[in-house]
Design a protein around this ligand. Sequence first.
Ligand code: SAM
Length: 246
Amino acid sequence: MTSGSAASSGRLLLVATPLGNLGDITVRSLEALRSADAVLCEDTRRTGLLFKLLGITAPLQPYHAHNEHAVLTRVVEQIRNGRTVVLVSDAGTPGVSDPGFLLVRALLEQGLEVDVLPGPTALIPALLLSGFPCDRFVFEGFLPLKKGRKTRIESLRSESRTVILYESPHRILRTLGELKTALGPERRACLARELTKLHQETLRLPLGELEAACAQRPPKGEMVLVIEGAKARPDAMESRENEEDA
Ligand code: SAM
């Protein structure tokens, strides 16, 4: 264990922030946010509110897919001048299903230092709450909206690892319907909603029943869908054993 300061100069620090419960901010993250020269965030109003609650006054700069190039030029200059620039997302770990990785990649390509202060992210608590195997899993993030959506969903049919998807309340019903058709209504799933917040809820049901439950009472808020991996078919296992014996 080290007790080094989270914020030394001349680098980009990716800092995870709470999904909902403020108590989930880490000591190192607080220290880094307090001493940052600049903080890049997706939504300055949302992060501004978090900073107010945490008593942080570091200057905020918006960073999203549309101003990525302009921000990159400025950040490279700031880091070359010995500044510590922090990247946060609206909630959780920056770079997970948001454009943060583009900045990381660009800075690494320029030989600049990047570090991460780990902390909250939605996929891990959802995975653990599902009760499905956690030793091997695949994080699919958001499914494509149009192009490639059907192929992606069909590829999950034979996926033997636990599958984790991010989804929005507007699309969850459509996604559950498409998954039920492709994977079968009996495939077990878990919808973890509003993690770490007051109305946290976990629904563990087969896809067919989960779709019906969500049709009856549309789920609100942020959600993660976890799907049990495909069971190996006995005939497939047999032929693999034969191959191994040969
Ligand atoms: N950076 C975030 C992370 O580390 O998990 C993910 C950002 S992604 C743009 C937003 C998605 O994360 C939401 O649509 C939802 O699927 C998931 N998410 C974020 N907060 C959540 C929460 N409190 N409960 C459940 N899912 C959440």
